[in-house]
Design a protein around this ligand. Structure first.
Ligand code: ATP
Ligand code: MG
Length: 412
């Protein structure tokens, strides 16, 4: 009887090779940029009590109603694998006393879980970068986050062809007036809408604007726009955000139908979008969520944040070629193995990346080492009865002289 190898879970990925290098580059760049903007780091639990998400995202959102991985643990409590970061960070802000740090600039990254239809750029376990400013009601916070996102995309080298789509949902009165106008408008076209959007019409009409169903898109294009309903205060807020972006040199385009899928958004809503990833073109999205912390039982706490899909950013980077080693060593005589280990260790401690070939037929080791992409090649062999390092550079002297200096100390 043969044993069947279990297959991976649908919608999960084993990330390896060039893709894994691109993934790591995204995370490293994010870590560097978040330090430039002085965002603090947090490591967050992968699961939370289900109510953390159901209350803060709202029962009618797609994420809560269709996409959550919820389960009862052995103690009978309902837990959920995090489908996003914001709710957990907001929970921690309240339960861990992070209020004392407000306004808190905080960043995290890691895996998230949503029961979605798997396809290119859409997985059931995926990964996000996340940045939030909690406890800041001023438009400067929105500007800071957007400029940071823009710099991240530039440092990743993928800003070309990615556009910042920007909208405002206004303050509570503006949003409410707009909501009523949208209800009137969509009611008049109810029959033409998708089933999902007919349901949204009763529960949360704003989210019809977010629909990806082609049947809805024609109606969305002609729907009333927020601008007609913006209060003076909301206009002023949005004006400060756009002026800040202009001052920082961040390009943006107005997207009047852009709403975020979640109920707690106010004022600024945005997405960085590319047409290079087909239907999964949103690489980074976010906005201001002034009402969220209250839905978790906390005091009124304005906040703004964004999340970016690491896989989608990595896909835009494309293949990242193998990074050559600084030094490749070949131990050409088994008697010299320990000298090789000493040399290899000394080079790594000095900050060189190295690889050492010391197995297989000694005569073939140098040729084997020469095939590994590396800047400097070092043969370790016995010449005229003495051990010797034979240093060969594939580039210029600036590559091999520092290596030679370290090796010379070992033989001195
Ligand atoms: P979409 O409209 O693509 O479903 P969303 O509005 O659900 O995105 P958010 O919840 O705002 O997405 O998440 C922010 C980012 O995370 C998205 O812009 C995208 O880059 C990424 N993302 C979201 N869901 C997935 C997924 N299932 N697989 C891979 N990346 C994802
Ligand atoms: Mg989604």
């Amino acid at each position: 009887m043969s044993i069947q190898t279990p297959q991976p879970v649908r919608g999960t990925q084993d990330i390896f090779g060039a893709e894994a290098e691109a993934f790591a580059f995204v995370v490293e760049t994010f870590e560097r940029v978040r330090k430039l903007y002085r965002f603090r780091r947090a490591e967050m639990p992968v699961f939370e009590k289900t109510t953390v998400f159901s209350r803060s995202l709202g029962e009618t959102t797609d994420v809560v109603s269709k996409e959550m991985y919820s389960f009862e643990d052995r103690g009978g409590e309902s837990l959920t694998l995090r489908p996003e970061f914001t709710a957990g960070l907001a929970r921690a802000f309240l339960t861990d006393g992070w209020q004392q740090h407000a306004p808190l600039k905080i960043a995290t990254h890691g895996p998230l879980f949503r029961y979605e239809r798997p396809q290119k750029g859409r997985y059931r376990q995926f990964h996000q970068l996340d940045a939030e400013i909690i406890g800041a009601g001023e438009p400067q916070a929105d500007v800071e986050l957007l400029v940071m996102a823009d710099q991240l995309l530039h440092e990743l080298g993928i800003a070309d062809g990615v556009t910042l789509h920007l909208n405002t949902l206004g303050d509570a009165p503006s949003r409410e007036a707009w909501r009523l106008a949208l209800i009137d408008y969509f009611r008049a076209h109810r029959e033409g809408l998708s089933e999902d959007s007919q349901e949204r019409l009763d529960k949360n009409p704003l989210r019809i604007l977010d629909s990806k169903d082609p049947r809805d898109k024609a109606f969305v294009a002609d729907a009333p726009q927020i601008d007609a309903f913006l209060s003076g205060e909301a206009q002023d807020f949005f004006g400060k955000v756009t002026a800040g972006l202009d001052a920082a040199g961040v390009a943006w385009t107005r997207a009047p139908a852009l709403v975020r899928g979640l109920d707690y958004y106010r004022h600024t809503a945005f997405e960085f979008v590319t047409d290079r990833l087909g239907a999964q073109g949103t690489v980074l999205g976010g906005g201001r969520y002034d009402g969220l912390i209250e839905t978790l039982g906390g005091p009124h706490t304005p906040a703004v944040g964004w999340a970016a899909g690491i896989e989608r950013l990595a896909m835009l980077l494309g293949e990242r070629g193998e990074v050559p080693a600084d030094v490749v060593l070949a131990v050409e005589d088994d008697q010299l193995l320990n000298l090789g280990i000493r040399a290899n260790t000394a080079l790594r401690q000095a900050g060189f990346s190295t690889e050492m070939i010391s197995t297989g037929s000694p005569r073939k080791r140098f040729d084997k080492a020469a095939k590994i992409p590396g800047k400097v090649l070092v043969g370790i062999a016995i010449r005229d009865g003495r051990s010797a390092f034979n240093v060969r550079s594939n580039g210029g002297a600036e590559d091999h002289l520092p290596v030679q200096a370290i090796l010379d100390k070992l033989t001195a």
